[in-house]
Design a protein around this ligand. Structure first.
Ligand SMILES: [Ca+2]
Ligand SMILES: [Ca+2]
Length: 415
């Protein structure tokens, strides 16, 4: 079955994204934000009309452009909506010249630290030493425009990570664009063009990265020891991160030739906590209820975890029984069947139930039932293809992008 699919994938052609497929930027009401004085100039020219960003109305400025700078940042930008980013919900963010959108604090750092980072909350379409003193512009704006939100949702719905969220109806987004930007120090011989979208309905959140067709050329500045890093990082106790696997190597310059949506240069990541159906809640009180990954690959294997208040610390390292079922309620049929029709033994580690995953035989909704003594917990998740791409080696690349899990040990033995 898998061999047949590979042949089909190889016959598709990939479309790459022109600048016209980016969400719009550099519109008629773009104001200039001075990264040194921290003042906004409504005329888009530095002059005497500089005012605090808090004095600017949306009528004055629908969009902002950063003044030419090297390692600067936007102000602490208050957004008109709450953006869920895993276990936290943010109302402020920074757009940083060096290819990062950050929460809590700006990022002047030009050379990327490798994810995971326990104390950072970052979305990085291309964290590297951008320098727009010589060439290039950085724009950002928020939007609640229904047609723009629909355009973003079309991109999101084309990605496997949105399976099970076909009714996702976004209400807010941020559009941040690095247009034709140069690199340190003031170089203009090569430029990069990319865009990050943060899109949410208040409950679910997605990040879209767009890289212009043939639009990523340089990977580091003169002072950097490593190349650009692409991904996101949610620090704290619930550490989540995703890093594009050619990050920090020269091969990151090829990122516009790959995809996880079917359009080369386009990537969609889901960045909210997947809330699952749960039963009684006792112990491990403050944790959100999670099933992770919420869209496992049909050919990926690995482990699935149910995190949540139901699995308290006193049950840590107790054995559990995991049963995977499909949407008809039948035990999932694997290949070969007899390996997957029996319950699988897993284990509790702190507040997580960890279950080795079978190879799934069908796409779509599944349930995971975890039995601990007399208690049952049920989580729902989607099974999808690892990517919607045409080349098997690219799928393999994307499959290496992993979530960090706090797993110290787990059993892989069948009962
Ligand atoms: Ca820089
Ligand atoms: Ca390139």
């Amino acid at each position: 079955m898998i061999g047949v699919v590979v042949v089909l994938l190889l016959t598709h052609s990939v479309s790459s994204i022109p600048i016209s497929d980016f969400l719009p930027f550099n519109g008629p009401k773009v104001c200039l934000f001075d990264t040194v004085t921290m003042l906004v100039h409504k005329s888009n020219v530095i002059g005497s009309d500089g005012v605090s960003i808090y004095e600017v109305t949306r009528r004055d400025c629908e969009e902002f452009r950063l003044t030419p700078n090297n390692d600067g940042s936007s102000p602490n930008f208050s957004i008109g909506f709450t953006f869920p980013f895993f276990a936290r919900r943010f109302r402020n963010l920074y757009v940083n010249t060096n290819g990062v959108i950050s929460f809590i604090e700006p990022v002047p750092q030009f050379s990327p630290d490798p994810f995971p980072l326990s104390d950072r909350y970052l979305i990085s379409p291309y964290w590297a030493d951008v320098d727009i003193r010589g060439i290039g512009e950085v724009f950002f704006k928020e939007s609640t425009d229904p047609s723009l939100l629909a355009q973003a949702n079309d991109i999101i719905q084309s990605a496997t990570v949105a399976r099970g969220l076909s009714r996702f109806n976004p209400r807010w987004m941020l559009i941040a664009t690095w247009d034709n930007v140069g690199y340190f120090s003031t170089h203009t011989d090569m430029t990069n063009t990319f865009q990050a979208l943060l899109v949410t309905d208040g409950r679910h959140s997605f990040v879209v990265f767009n890289y212009l067709d043939d639009g990523i050329s340089w990977t580091r500045g003169d002072a950097s020891q490593v190349d650009a890093q692409v991904g996101f990082n949610f620090g704290g106790d619930l550490l989540r991160f995703n890093v594009f696997n050619t990050s920090r190597t020269a091969a990151i310059a090829d990122i516009e030739e790959m995809s996880n949506t079917g359009s080369s240069g386009q990537y969609v990541y889901r960045v909210d906590n997947a809330v699952i159906r749960s039963i009684t809640i006792t112990g491990c009180d403050e944790l959100p209820i999670l099933v992770d990954p919420d869209t496992p690959s049909i050919i990926n294997g690995g482990v699935m975890t149910l995190t949540g208040p139901s699995f308290n610390t006193t049950s840590s390292h107790e054995k559990i029984t995991c049963v995977f079922t499909d949407d008809d309620g039948d035990v999932t049929e694997g290949i070969p069947r007899q390996l997957f029709t029996r319950p699988i033994q897993g284990i509790i580690v702190y507040c997580k139930a960890i279950c080795p995953m079978p190879l799934f035989r069908k796409l779509g909704p599944h349930n995971l039932t975890v039995m601990l003594n007399d208690t049952k917990f049920v989580g729902q998740f989607e099974v999808g293809w690892p990517c919607a791409l045409e080349f098997l080696h690219i799928c393999a690349v994307l499959m290496q992008m992993t979530y960090k899990m706090h797993v110290s040990s787990y059993s892989t033995h069948a009962e």
